[in-house]
Each structure stands twice: as structure tokens, then as C-alpha cells.
Design a protein around this ligand. Sequence first.
Ligand code: HEM
Ligand code: HEM
Ligand code: SF4
Ligand code: SF4
Length: 398
Amino acid sequence: MAKSETPLLDELEKGPWPSFVKDIKQAAEKKPMARDLLGQLELSYKEKIGHWKHGGIVGVKGYGGGVIGRYSDRPDLFPGVEHFHTLRVNHPTGWFYTTKALRALCDVWDKHGSGLTNMHGSTGDIILLGTKTENLQPCFDDLSDAGFDLGGSGSALRTPSACVGPGRCEWACIDSLDICYNLTMEFQDQIHRPMFPYKFKIKVSACANDCVAAIARADFSIIGTWMGKIQIDAQEVKAYAASGLNIREEVTDLCPTKCMNWDEGKKELKIEDGDCTRCMHCINLMPKALRQGKEKGASILVGGKAPILQGALLSTLIVPFMKLEPPYKELKELIRKIQDWWDENGKSRERLGELINRVGMRTFLKAVGLKPIPQMVKSPRTNPYIFFWPEEIKKEVK
Ligand code: HEM
Ligand code: HEM
Ligand code: SF4
Ligand code: SF4
């Protein structure tokens, strides 16, 4: 038997999980590009250095983003990956496809690229991995003909993404799919033409279970919620207790605000709704007995990000409740105001959350015209000082 050319990569196939090596090998049977990708990766593992270089702006006509350029620094050894650019393709909201659409997508990529895909990237986009500079435009043209468009990259609005929401989930408080699609259409220009200090992400989860992790990953997070009382079906509560659910240990004791009370004797559940933060915990555990309140809308949070330049940030709540109905005028106005302020004041490569931390929440609130509220306090300070704006002090004295 011939000796393997990739002994180090082969090791990665041995574990219990499916390996990307296996996928690339499969593609390598058809594509020299994928074969050279394996070769270069093996060399990197052997020498313990990367052989990719960044640099060189590549793209398609009329677009400032959507293509991520990569080049090999050993094209002499691996001509197939001399260029290995990635296309970010805007996914259908909620990641719903027809098989016909998937086939069209794969045909385009077999024709113009390595055949390797990542469904889906951490941005939500369809990631088409590896093609040559001269193939970019024809590939994009074919994608357009098939009804697809590029997503965001660089200092642009990134492809907005949303949980499946009302498409498949009973917890949806808002139409995350429609909101995401509507915002994607509204802000097309910002997706295709990078115009900001850095990236800006919008993510929509239709309830606080937050399946797209909007709170941790988006500069602007839209999270479905409700107003008013959690609806309790007393009979179903009793049925859960009878079926062996330990309501005190598993539900009420774990309520983060301790606003629930379970009367073991009377088998009665009470909720102090004024103190509830609408975290979804109790509803997740007793879906037949508990339902969200009837008035639905969303909480708006800003400033989340993963650690790249500075550390990770979770979003801060700025609007506890906003009704969200098409055409989402209030929402869009708020997004524009926030982006304008960030665009004017942000340093190069400074995310919204970092800018707010640098200049202070009160400066941000003043700029976008929101009133401070207790929910915005991230952690209580040890000193009691509050900094008023000069004009507010004059107002009090008069
Ligand atoms: C030390 C080296 C590298 C660092 C620090 C790095 C860092 C990053 C970061 C921070 C992201 C953003 C992830 C996100 O937004 O979720 C990213 C995305 C990406 N990088 Fe790299 N990268 C490196 C090497 C590479 C190489 C060698 C390639 C290709 C040959 C590459 C291709 C990509 C692609 C295609 C994406 C987008 C993936 C997606 O959207 O899912 N990167 N990289
Ligand atoms: C007559 C003497 C002093 C006066 C009039 C004075 C006045 C002040 C004032 C007006 C502030 C601003 C409060 C705010 O708006 O947050 C302040 C803050 C502060 N002062 Fe003084 N100070 C004096 C002496 C000192 C001394 C001797 C120290 C240290 C040994 C000190 C340490 C601090 C610190 C650490 C703060 C920041 C507190 C915070 O915001 O957490 N001060 N002081
Ligand atoms: S975030 Fe909520 S509404 Fe959206 S899919 Fe997850 S559980 Fe369902
Ligand atoms: S939703 Fe969360 S905070 Fe509200 S009552 Fe249930 S567990 Fe408590």
C-alpha cells in the first residue's frame, strides 16, 4: 500500500468525531485545489507555521465586501491554493432552503470553487471556501442568477441573522424571520459597502432562550419578550407535580429573581410578575402549565462582542420593551441613530460596546435620546456619586 502523504492530518481522523480532514480528502478526489489544501496544511503541521498570508483586496464589481482574500505563501509547492478566497453568501433568514436552492448553490460552487463549504459560518452566512481571483466575478454572477447575494465582511454591517422563531418555535414573541429579512433589505448598502469604523452585527432572537446568542455576539441585539403576567394553568401545574417534577428544586429555586413561590401543600404556584425578568427558565421547564404574557414585543440591547481587540462583552439593555410590527420604523430609527453616533465617535476598529465603555453610558444615552433606567446598571458601584449634565443642574436650581 502506498504511504500516506498526510500522516499528521490522518491522526485527526482517528478521534470519535467526524473530521474536517475526511471532508477535504473527499473533495480532493475531484478537485486539485482541495488536494493542495491538504498538502499545505500537512506542511504547516510539520513545520508548525501557517502558510497563509492575508492582503490584497479582492472582490466583485460594485461590492466592497463579501469576499475574504487569502493567498498561499508556497504557491511553488501548492499551485492549487495560490489563491484561496472565501465568499460569504447571505443565507436565507432562519436557514430555510429548498433542496433545489441547495443544489443550485452547490452546482455554482463545484463549477467555480473548491467544492468545500461551511454551512454555516459563525456569522450565519453560507461560507464558500476557496477560489481563484479570476473566478470571483463569474461565480458571483452565477450566484446572483440563482437568487443569492453576498453577505457582509470587513468594516461593514454584517449579514443580520435570526433564530427560526415563528417558523418552527412555540416560544417566538416576535417575527424574528420577518424582522431579519426586513432589516437586511433596508440596510443593503451598509452590508455591501463597508463604511464604518469596524464591523456591526445585528441579531434577532424571538425569545430570551436566545438561540442565535444575540446577547453575546451582536452590537445590536433584538430579543423577544412580553409584558404583563405569565399565564398559569393551575391544573397543568398540578399534573407536572404529580408526574414527578420537583417544582421547588427545579423551577422556583432556580428562578433568578426569586419571584416564584411553590406551595407544596396546596400544590399552588404563584409568580410576583413585577419582579420577573422574563428569563424563560420556568416556562422552558413547564411548557404546558406556563405561557408567556399576552402582550409581545422585544427588548433591545447593545454592545455585545467576542474578544478580538479587547475582551468579550455582553450586551447592555437599553430598551426594555418595544412593540415590533412592520415596517419597524422605531427600530430602524434607533439603529440609524446608534450607528451614526458610533460612526462619528468610534476610533478605527472600535466596536460599539467598547466605545460606550470608553466615553460612558450617559454620553451614549444622551446622543441617541434615551432616558437612563435602572435596568441599564451593569453592576452597582461602591460609591454613590452621579454625574449630572450641567444643564440638568441648572434646571434643578431654578
Ligand atoms: C492566526 C491566524 C488567524 C486568525 C487570528 C484569524 C481570526 C479570525 C477571526 C477573529 C475571524 C472572525 C470570526 C467570527 O467573526 O466569528 C475569522 C474568520 C475567518 N477567517 Fe480567520 N483567522 C486566522 C487565519 C485564517 C486563515 C489561515 C484563513 C484561510 C485560509 C482564514 C479564513 C477565515 C474565514 C473564511 C473567516 C470567516 C469564517 C466565517 O464567517 O465563519 N483565517 N478569522
Ligand atoms: C479637601 C480635600 C479633598 C476634596 C475637597 C476632595 C474632593 C473630591 C471630589 C469633589 C471628588 C469627586 C467626586 C465625584 O464627583 O465622583 C473626589 C473624588 C475622589 N477623591 Fe477627593 N477630595 C479631597 C481629598 C482627597 C484625598 C486626600 C484623597 C486620597 C487620599 C482623595 C481621593 C479621591 C478619590 C479616589 C476620588 C474618586 C472617588 C470615586 O469616584 O470613586 N480625595 N474628591
Ligand atoms: S430564541 Fe426562543 S423563539 Fe427563537 S428559536 Fe430559540 S426558543 Fe424559539
Ligand atoms: S421567567 Fe424567569 S424570572 Fe420570570 S418567573 Fe420564570 S424563572 Fe423567574
